[in-house]
Ligand binder design. Structure first.
Ligand SMILES: Nc1nc2c(ncn2[C@@H]2O[C@H](COP(=O)(O)OP(=O)(O)OP(=O)(O)O)[C@@H](O)[C@H]2O)c(=O)[nH]1
Ligand SMILES: [Mg+2]
Ligand SMILES: [Zn+2]
Length: 354
C-alpha cells in the first residue's frame, strides 16, 4: 500500500486527476479545517495548509473551498511543515447541510465520505424525526448510511430490540446496530464492517458517544470526551472541529462535533411527547413563564414533593429543556458566523471587480 492509499486514495481519484496539476504539485488530504488554515497530510508528512490566492479568489461559494476529507493539489515547504493548496481534486461525495443564512445556504461537513454512521443514544437522545433528517442529509449526498444505537448498556435488551424495530419501520434498508462503548458490545462488529480504503464518518448529537467510539476503535483514550452534564455547564461541544483519523488498512474516519441544530425543529414537540405528565402539571403553575426550578406556586415542584411526580423524570426534563435552550443559542451563533462568511465573500467579490 503506498502512502496515499494508506489514507484512502484510490483509482477513482487517480483517474480524475488533472495531468498538469498532478505533475506540478503533490497530492494531499485535508485532515482538519481550522479557523484560518487547514491541516494536510500525504500519508507521511503533515503540514498546515493555506489556500493559494488563485484558489481563494476563483471560489464562487463555500463549495469551491476544501473541507475535511477532500483531496487537494498542494506544495509543501518549510521542511514540509507548511503547504499551499492549489486546487481541489474532484469529490466522490460531499456531505453538507442546509443553514439559515442567505448568502451561504449550506455548510460543508466533509468530503469523500463512503459510509456515514448516524448515531443516537438509547436515552433521551433517541428521536425518529431527527434520525429521518440525518438519513435525508446522508442519502442526498449519495453516502451509505448505517444507524448506530449507542449506550445500549443503559437499557435491557428487549427495549433495545424495540428501538431497532421502530427504526426498521422508517428505514427498512438501512443497517441498524446497537453497541456500547462501556461493555464493548458490538464494537468489534463495527470494526469488522470497515472496508479497505473507505472513508467513514460519525454523525449525531453532542454527547451520544461519537468520540468515545473512536477511542474504542483505536483502543486508547487519545481523543477528548466529556460527560453530558459537564458539557452543558460549559455550554460547548467536546469535539469542536471535524477531524480525519487514520485507522488500519487504509480506512479513515472523520469525527464531527455534535450537530444539535438538526434536531431543533422538533425539540419542543419532542419534549411534550417525552414528558407528558410533566407538561400536564406545568399548565397548573401559578406563573405562565414558570421555569419550574424555584418559583412559588410551581405545580411541578409541589408534585415532586407530594410524590406524584418522579424526581428522576423531573431531572431528565430539566436536562432536556436546558439542552433545547442551548440548541437555539448555537443556532444563532451559527447564523452570526454565516453572516460573517457572507460578508467576507461579498467583499472579496467586490474587490475582485474593482
Ligand atoms: N453509558 C454509556 N455512556 C457512554 C457510552 N459511550 C459514551 N458514553 C459517555 O457519553 C459521554 C459523551 O461522550 P462523547 O464521546 O464525548 O460524545 P460525543 O458524541 O463525541 O460528543 P461531542 O464531541 O460533543 O459531539 C461521555 O461521558 C461518555 O463517557 C456508552 O456506550 N455507554
Ligand atoms: Mg466528540
Ligand atoms: Zn412550574
Amino acid at each position: 500500500m503506498n502512502k496515499l492509499e494508506s489514507i484512502g486514495f484510490s483509482d477513482w481519484f487517480r483517474s480524475r486527476l488533472d495531468a498538469d496539476k498532478a505533475s506540478d504539485h503533490d497530492i494531499a488530504r485535508v485532515i482538519a479545517v481550522h479557523k484560518d488554515r487547514y491541516s494536510l497530510t500525504d500519508g507521511i508528512r503533515e503540514a498546515f495548509g493555506e489556500l493559494s490566492g488563485n484558489l481563494f479568489y476563483s471560489a464562487n461559494s463555500a463549495i469551491d473551498l476544501p473541507t475535511t476529507g477532500d483531496w487537494v493539489y498542494a506544495d509543501f515547504y518549510d521542511d514540509d511543515t507548511h503547504a499551499i493548496i492549489h486546487g481541489l481534486i474532484p469529490r466522490k461525495t460531499l456531505l453538507k447541510r442546509k443553514t439559515a443564512g442567505k448568502l451561504v445556504d449550506f455548510q460543508l461537513i466533509a468530503g469523500n465520505i463512503d459510509v456515514a454512521f448516524i448515531i443516537q443514544s438509547v436515552d433521551y437522545n433517541f428521536n425518529l424525526g431527527r434520525l429521518e433528517r440525518y438519513l435525508v442529509m446522508v442519502n442526498e449526498s449519495g453516502i451509505t448510511p448505517v444507524i448506530l444505537l449507542s449506550k445500549c448498556d443503559l437499557i435491557p435488551q428487549h427495549e433495545v430490540d424495540e428501538f431497532i424495530s421502530s427504526i426498521s419501520n422508517i428505514a427498512p434498508h438501512v443497517l441498524v446496530l446497537a453497541f456500547s462503548n462501556l461493555s464493548g458490545e458490538n464494537v468489534d462488529s463495527i470494526k469488522c464492517s470497515f472496508e479497505h480504503g473507505k472513508t467513514y464518518c460519525l454523525l449525531g448529537s453532542s454527547g451520544v458517544g461519537k468520540t468515545t467510539l473512536l477511542n474504542s476503535l483505536l483502543g486508547n483514550g487519545q481523543f477528548e470526551t466529556q460527560s453530558v452534564s459537564k458539557k452543558h455547564s460549559k455550554g460547548r461541544h467536546t469535539t469542536t472541529s471535524r477531524e480525519l483519523i487514520r485507522l488500519e488498512n487504509g480506512v479513515t474516519l472523520i469525527d464531527t462535533p455534535g450537530m444539535r441544530e438538526l434536531g431543533n425543529l422538533s425539540v419542543e414537540v419532542g419534549i411534550d411527547e417525552t414528558f407528558p405528565e410533566i407538561t400536564e402539571f406545568a399548565q397548573r403553575c401559578k406563573f405562565s413563564n414558570c421555569s419550574h426550578t424555584s418559583e412559588t406556586g410551581c405545580a411541578i415542584l409541589s408534585a415532586i414533593k407530594s410524590g406524584e411526580l418522579s424526581e428522576q423524570r423531573y431531572k431528565n426534563y430539566i436536562k432536556v429543556t436546558n439542552e433545547s435552550a442551548f440548541n437555539e443559542m448555537s443556532y444563532f451563533e451559527k447564523r452570526k458566523k454565516d453572516r460573517a462568511l457572507g460578508k467576507l465573500i461579498k467583499s472579496t467579490v467586490k474587490n475582485k471587480f474593482r
